[in-house]
Design a protein around this ligand. Structure first.
Ligand code: UD1
Length: 329
């Protein structure tokens, strides 16, 4: 199938592009390169450099390329920043998504895959998180994801849009070939920060909170390999062929790791010490978030290749070793 990958130069988008190619599909990339990396794009792919919110830019592309599916990986995703600059998040994550959907409607492209997030479930005691847990995001970032999910439901009913919302848990790891990986600026995610601290690229890692109601007092998260996430998207294509299909899947391994367990794993995999200290809780963090992934496993025939945290950290380590400063551009 021909797929427009919006945000295809970002962390998850770029891994999905490679998985699409490996599965014999034809991805095209649309990215405004605010956060994306040109070096993450495989040679020879068509790249549209511009903004998903600009209908005068996207509509001619959709008309010309006659794509089957649009995948949207182009959200802003800094939870903290979303609380200090909510308008930036509503503009990018909601207004521009509305415009992208409008361009699709104008050109009769009727299938959409949306990167949602487990953060839509907010702070809940229902754990593990299955798909029917009520959505109750509490950060502007999470609210934008929740709002787009709701909008897609309306679009399915009104226009027959087929869509899938994938609620990612903690996307992590890197393609095992070591050529692409995680490179955020600023970096806020635990695994790359721990690796950089181990390599001496940062003074230390601060552990945010040690008094959570978890076995070791640090937060529990469900780290899921970015290639496993990508393969779930591809596994949904067949179901999405029926107009008006609405799919929601929680994508995690279902096996949580604490912050301390991640640090121990990074030390084990790298053979280096991760200098760290204990600090206060980070505002907005929930004590635990892990998935009940059975729906995706059963309905999409999704298999999780990287089931344990060590196998995920190994791939991240390979990327960081071969690209200590991330992408060079
Ligand atoms: C959150 C969201 C996730 C979203 C992502 C966007 C939840 C449960 N998860 O991930 O859906 O896509 O933001 O970026 O809402 N930590 C430290 N020290 C650090 C950095 C992190 O202790 O320097 C801890 C955090 O407190 C957290 C864990 O490590 O417990 C993972 O943090 P991070 O990698 O930032 O991801 P989340 O905040 O869990």
């Amino acid at each position: 199938m021909k797929i427009l990958v919006v945000g295809g130069a970002g962390f998850i988008g770029s891994h999905c592009v490679r998985q699409l190619l490996a599965a014999g599909h034809e991805p095209l990339i649309l990215d405004n390169f605010v956060y994306g990396h040109r070096d993450s794009i495989p040679q020879g792919l068509t790249v549209y450099d511009g903004d998903m919110g600009d209908i005068s830019f996207t509509q001619p592309i959709l008309e010309k390329e006659k794509v089957d599916i649009v995948m949207h990986f182009a959200a802003f995703a800094y939870v903290g920043e979303s609380t200090t600059d909510p308008l930036k998040y509503y503009d990018n994550n909601i207004s521009k998504t509305v415009h992208l959907l409008q361009a699709m409607r104008n050109t009769k492209v009727n299938t959409f895959i949306f990167s949602s997030s487990c953060t839509i479930f907010g702070d809940t005691n229902e754990m593990p998180l299955h798909e029917d847990v009520p959505r109750q995001a509490f950060s502007p970032y999470g609210q934008t994801k929740q709002d787009v999910e709701v909008l897609l439901g309306y679009c399915a009913k009104a226009y027959g849009l087929s869509y899938a919302c994938f609620r990612y848990f903690n996307a992590s790891g890197a393609d095992p070939d070591g050529k692409i990986g995680e490179d955020h600026d600023p970096e806020t995610h635990l695994i790359p920060l721990a690796i950089q601290a181990a390599r001496g690229q940062r003074d230390k890692l601060v552990i945010f909170g040690t008094d959570y109601p978890t076995p070791d007092g640090t937060c529990l998260r469900d780290y899921i390999h970015v290639n496993d996430l990508s393969r779930a998207h591809i596994a949904s294509f067949e179901k999405l062929q029926t107009p008006g299909t609405e799919l929601h899947y929680n994508l995690g391994t279902g096996k949580p790791s604490s912050v301390l367990e991640v640090i121990n794993t990074v030390e084990d995999v790298t053979g280096l010490k991760v200098p760290h200290e204990f600090g206060p809780r980070r505002p907005g963090d929930v004590p635990a978030a892990y998935a009940y992934p059975e729906k995706a496993i059963k309905e999409l025939n999704w298999d999780i290749e990287f089931l344990d945290i060590k196998s995920i950290v190994e791939t991240a380590w390979k990327w960081h070793q071969s690209n200590p400063n991330g992408f060079e551009e």
